[in-house]
Ligand binder design. Structure first.
Ligand code: GLY
Length: 393
């Protein structure tokens, strides 16, 4: 295994008493990973070469390959290959690079999310096995993403159609594709674009209290910042929980690539706000600022993504700060496992791993379902808890 780093699975708490959440998770990991192997093997039988995005009546769909989530299922298979060494996972994951590349040569709606699509597929394939086609495809995706940079506003534009001035918090997670390309080509242009976008997000999206907004609209010609838009959150001024997780994790990655302390501070501030808002079971509602939260849906995908981001933070800061992040991530993962996960293998009627994901609550779309990215980040976080940091993002 050549990708990522191997770090201690221990919790490094410095305390000699009691079993904290980190220790509890480590204790349970062998059985948990065995159950996960059975579950994902079963999913592979059921899903085959379909492109799952969200479940309906317990069954995963078969989504367009240009949809932003198309990299997560193959990415999960690569993670399982890394965790188990089983060839069946590699064989099922490898063809996805070519399938996704077709979106570049046929009419498609690819946009800012090519990082989500090509980092867990082509680039990970290259990192794990040295696949030169994966490298070529990953670099093509990085060029595409770099081409979306708005020079006047210093942001990567979101989506297509009439939204030339829109930037969104989700793009923080796509920056890793640009940093990877710069390192791969020994060419700073991609990293310069990524850092300029991250600085714009820092200035216009991150609030003093550590919450972030989803969408900011700029004048695409002058670059002037015009307004905040609620997007997938409750509204302007709210705190969409998955958006908080994208930002927490994305800024941690940006610090890892740049060593710039401003981005570490941003990730920590966002993490502290996220943790302060969590309910007792450590799994957030879909927005942290709902006027009437009672009965509102949760979003397990936000919890899983945040857990993986918190483990990233725990690796980036020294003891004793790392304890807070590892403990919080472990609490989230234990709660997801015990309260929201279906790890029984061979269940035809419930293909997803995490229940109670929420895709787009304001539009009432994909609410209280399994989401493939929630499942992916759950697996990625467990890999990190075991000590394998695959550095996908
Ligand atoms: N990137 C879109 C979402 O988080 O739903």
């Amino acid at each position: 295994m050549t990708a990522g780093q191997q770090v201690s699975a221990g919790t490094d708490t410095g305390s000699g008493h009691g079993r904290d959440a980190g220790e509890e998770l480590v204790h349970r990991l062998p059985a948990l990973l065995e159950a996960l192997d059975g579950k994902v093997s079963g999913m592979l039988q059921q899903i085959g070469s379909r492109s799952p995005h969200r479940t309906e009546n317990g069954l995963y769909d078969d989504c367009r390959h240009d949809w932003w989530t198309s990299g997560f299922w193959p990415g999960m298979l690569w993670l399982m290959y890394g965790l188990t060494g089983k060839e069946s996972y590699r064989e099922a994951a490898a063809p996805w690079d070519g399938r996704l590349e077709q979106c570049f040569v046929q009419p498609s709606n690819l946009h800012h999310d090519v990082g989500f699509q090509f980092l867990p597929t082509a680039v990970l394939h290259y990192k794990l096995l040295g696949d030169s086609e994966g490298r070529r495809r990953g670099l093509a995706a990085a060029n595409f993403l770099a081409g979306r940079f708005n020079l006047a506003g210093r942001f990567l534009r979101a989506w297509n159609q009439e939204k030339a001035g829109w930037a969104i918090i989700d793009s923080c997670m796509n920056l890793s594709l640009l940093y990877w390309a710069s390192a791969e080509l020994a060419d700073p242009r991609f990293a310069q674009i990524a850092t300029a976008h991250a600085e714009t997000v820092l200035q216009h999206f991150v609030r003093p209290d550590g919450s972030v907004c989803h969408i900011v609209r700029f004048d695409p010609a002058s670059g002037e910042c015009l307004e905040e838009i609620g997007g997938q959150g409750f509204g302007p001024g709210s705190a969409w929980s998955r958006g908080q997780a994208w930002a927490l994790y994305g800024f941690a990655n940006t610090y890892r690539y740049t060593g710039d302390e401003r981005f570490l501070a941003a990730s920590q501030r966002i993490a502290h706000h996220f943790l302060a808002c969590l309910p007792d079971d450590s799994v957030p509602l879909w927005d942290f600022r709902l006027p009437e939260p009672a009965g509102e849906p949760k979003d397990t995908s936000a919890a899983a993504c945040a857990a993986s981001g918190l483990l990233e933070l725990a690796k980036l800061v020294p003891y004793p700060q790392n304890r807070l992040y590892r403990e919080a991530a472990s609490r989230i993962l234990l709660s997801l496992t015990d309260g929201f996960a279906n790890l029984a293998s061979g269940r035809e009627d419930e293909q997803g791993i995490l229940r109670e994901g929420t895709g787009h609550c304001p539009e009432g779309v994909n609410v209280n379902v399994s989401l493939i990215y929630g499942d992916y980040f759950y697996v990625e976080a467990l890999a990190k808890a075991k000590g394998w940091y695959p550095d996908v993002f």
